[in-house]
Design a protein around this ligand. Structure first.
Ligand code: CO
Length: 134
C-alpha cells in the first residue's frame, strides 16, 4: 500500500525561527509560505534531495496543532506522510483492518493540492500518519 515518504512534518511554535534555522543554519532550501486556513496551519517545505520536511505553525483559533504544541512547547515531529496510489482503496482496506481514519473519513485537499487523509496515532505506535495520493 505504501509508496515513498512524501514528507515528515514538524510542528513549530515560531515559523520564522524555524525557517531561519533550516535556511541559514542548516543551509537548506525553504519554500515560500502557504497559509491554509482550512487546515489551521501556515506551512513551508524544506526541500531535500530525497524528500521534504514540512514546518507547521498554527493558524487561527482552532488549529489542529495547537494542542500538540501545548504538550510540546519547543515543537516536535507531528506526522509522517506516505504516498499511496489510490487513497480510497487504501482507506477502505485500512478501515476493514480496524484502523481509524480521522475526521469524516473523506480525503481532503492537502498542501500540495493532492488528496490526503490522516490515520489515528494510537493505531500506529504513537505517530500520526498522513496518506497522500500521488
Ligand atoms: Co503533511
Amino acid at each position: 500500500m505504501l509508496g515513498r515518504i512524501n514528507h515528515v512534518a514538524l510542528a513549530v511554535p515560531d515559523l520564522s525561527a524555524a525557517e531561519s534555522a533550516y535556511r541559514d543554519t542548516l543551509g537548506a532550501r525553504v519554500s515560500a509560505r502557504q497559509l491554509l486556513p482550512e487546515h489551521g496551519v501556515t506551512v513551508v517545505f524544506v526541500e531535500l534531495p530525497n524528500s521534504k520536511v514540512e514546518l507547521l505553525e498554527p493558524l487561527g483559533e482552532n488549529s489542529p496543532i495547537a494542542a500538540f504544541l501545548e504538550k510540546n512547547p519547543a515543537g516536535g515531529m507531528h506526522h509522517i506522510c506516505y504516498e499511496v496510489e489510490d487513497i480510497l482503496t487504501a482507506r477502505d482496506q485500512l478501515k476493514q483492518s480496524g484502523a481509524r481514519v480521522l475526521g469524516d473519513g473523506d480525503p481532503k485537499i492537502g498542501a500540495h493540492g493532492k488528496l490526503v487523509l490522516f490515520l489515528h496515532p494510537k493505531d500506529f505506535f504513537g505517530t500520526l500518519i498522513e496518506l497522500e495520493q500521488v
